[in-house]
Design a protein around this ligand. Structure first.
Ligand code: ADP
Length: 297
């Protein structure tokens, strides 16, 4: 079983002709609502790929809470450890999309910000049984630290979004940053070459192993002092939204099934590549049969 501890956000997406400057109002197009949040995305990614997944998190006591719970349950995720929070709104991300596809995003964490160490202690039995526990940085550090401590299995931490002062939880077996997040943690400029990525990853001595996602450049593994570059699968990528979330969910499934880190990372790179060929976050996430057909090509 895979436990995902993290955020559930309702994404509100509006097209805009250009992004407003402070003090300005810009008229946009019709708004669309989608289930999102890194925690929910990664939980759904793992479930679609055949994982048995339970989520630990918080929603508010509004209509968005019901929508988010139904979204994760509809994909087979056990939501019994997602707590409703009285008097607080569910997390939302307000996303303005400009004409060339660039986003400006305001995240209002709402109930996600109330996830506590005590909540994770309340889910200690679940976390203790999990073969893999997956964490991100859209809930308070204290919740992540408690979840990492209570986890009975492999702890995977995706340090996203990159925070100024966030400290990765102790007890992390596997750190999964992208280039920007790696730079934020390692205190280096954003690494450009593979050698620079390896050098920055070597600074992350607290984690057992590091898997750096490199977009169209694939993945870099650093395990036991040895590095391995896995190139990206060749696809016609049209929308990389949630590619990192798909990768983390798929990596958790691979590890929970007992694959080696290298095998799990290759399988996750295939799932994430497929997700870039479709628009959106959760709708773009790959199914297991698709990944298997893709790998058999
Ligand atoms: P994030 O969205 O967190 O920044 P990345 O952009 O690094 O994450 O993408 C995660 C993974 O998705 C990559 O490591 C890679 O395996 C896959 N991926 C992303 N972009 C592409 C692409 N253009 N072609 C093939 N695979 C891709």
């Amino acid at each position: 079983m895979i436990a995902v501890v993290g955020s559930l956000n309702l994404d509100l997406v509006a097209p805009v002709p250009r992004h407003p400057v402070p003090g300005e109002t810009v008229l946009g197009g019709d708004i669309a609502e989608h289930p999102g949040g890194k925690g929910a995305n990664q939980a759904v990614a793992a479930a679609r790929l055949g994982g048995e997944v339970a989520m630990v998190g918080r929603v508010g006591d509004d209509d968005a809470a019901q929508l988010m719970l139904e979204a994760v349950r509809g994909q087979g995720v056990d939501s019994t450890h997602v707590v409703r929070t009285e008097g607080v709104p569910t997390g939302r991300a307000m996303i303005a999309v400009g004409p060339t596809g660039e986003n400006s995003i305001v995240v209002s964490p709402g109930a996600n910000a109330r996830l506590s160490a005590a909540d994770c202690e309340g889910s200690a039995d679940l976390l203790g049984r999990a073969r893999v526990t997956v964490l991100q940085q859209e809930v308070p550090d204290e919740a992540n630290h408690a979840a990492a401590r209570l986890s009975g299995g492999i702890v995977v931490h995706n340090p996203a979004p990159a925070g100024e002062n966030t400290v990765p939880p102790p007890y992390v077996d596997l750190l999964v940053p992208n280039r920007t997040e790696l730079a934020a943690l390692a205190g280096t400029p954003v690494p450009k070459t593979i050698d620079q990525v390896v050098a920055a990853a070597r600074r992350m001595t607290g984690a057992g192993a590091v898997v750096v996602t490199l977009g169209g450049d694939g993945v870099l593994l650093l395990e036991g002092g040895a590095s391995l570059h896995i190139p990206a699968f060749t696809v016609r990528a049209t929308d990389t939204t949630a590619a990192g979330d798909c990768f983390c969910g798929a990596l958790a499934v691979g590890l929970a099934e007992g694959r080696t880190l290298e095998q799990a990372a290759r399988w996750a790179a295939a799932a994430a590549a497929l997700s870039t060929t479709r628009p959106g976050a959760q709708p773009s996430l790959a199914r297991r049969d698709e990944v298997e057909a893709f790998l058999a090509e």
